[in-house]
Design a binder for this molecule. Structure first.
Ligand code: SF4
Ligand code: SF4
Length: 210
């Protein structure tokens, strides 16, 4: 009989405890962000239209990938680092250049601390955002920090095809291919001139001996 009344008492107590928590929240100021009207991608953007204490996406959030082609050496390390083959890169020869950032200072290879050198350029750099699991391995592997996660997370598209991010336009590809064939032709001409010179010197030496 004692247990029966104890159960009734416990029922009332727990119901009261639960209701007291619900009741207390009625007097707490609500924190709501009117998403998507408010851009929550960073603390700076969220503060433009929202004055509460909630914060935007954290700095180290691994969102949709972006590639800065001016820093990319077409080394394909990110492609190899991706465990599920989201990245597809094609590359060709280009003029040898040292990478420099906006203010002209050299870009260093993160792993060797030597100046990053570009001898090839990309003619295709696709990332399948539908397949990507946002693990960050490609970003970690990139020696020049050309590929990086942004804090963007919105990507509504009507088809999977549209979820493939293509960083190289047809125009850029055509220009790169044109320059690559010029480089090939220049190299072939140089090689032929060298061979001709060597042949002439050989003939001269032979003539002198006779
Ligand atoms: S974040 Fe991970 S899954 Fe996505 S492309 Fe990079 S390595 Fe591949
Ligand atoms: S690892 Fe970096 S530099 Fe190399 S291809 Fe990828 S984005 Fe470009």
């Amino acid at each position: 009989m004692g247990a029966y009344f104890q159960n009734i008492k416990d029922g009332f107590t727990t119901a009261f405890e639960g209701m007291s928590i619900s009741f207390a929240t009625m007097f707490v100021r609500k924190e709501t962000v009117q998403y998507p009207e408010v851009d929550i991608s960073s603390n700076a953007t969220i503060a433009e239209k929202y004055k509460g204490s909630l914060m935007g996406m954290p700095e180290n959030y691994r969102g949709i990938l972006d590639v800065d082609l001016s820093l990319c050496t077409a080394c394909q390390i990110c492609q190899k680092a991706c465990p599920i083959d989201c990245i597809v890169i094609d590359n060709i020869k280009c003029d040898k250049t040292k990478l420099s950032d906006g203010d002209g200072s050299p870009v260093l290879n993160r792993f060797t601390q030597k100046e990053a050198l570009k001898t090839r350029t990309v003619t295709r750099f696709d990332i399948n955002a539908a397949k990507c699991m946002y693990c960050g391995l490609c970003e970690k592997a990139c020696p020049t920090s050309a590929i990086r996660h942004t804090n963007q997370f919105e990507m509504n598209r009507e088809s999977q095809e549209e979820l493939i991010l293509r960083f190289v336009s047809d125009d850029v590809k055509a220009t790169a291919e044109k320059r690559a064939s010029e480089i090939e032709a220049e190299a072939a001409a140089k090689k032929a001139a060298k061979a001709k010179k060597a042949q002439e010197e050989k003939a001269k030496e032979k003539g002198a001996e006779e």
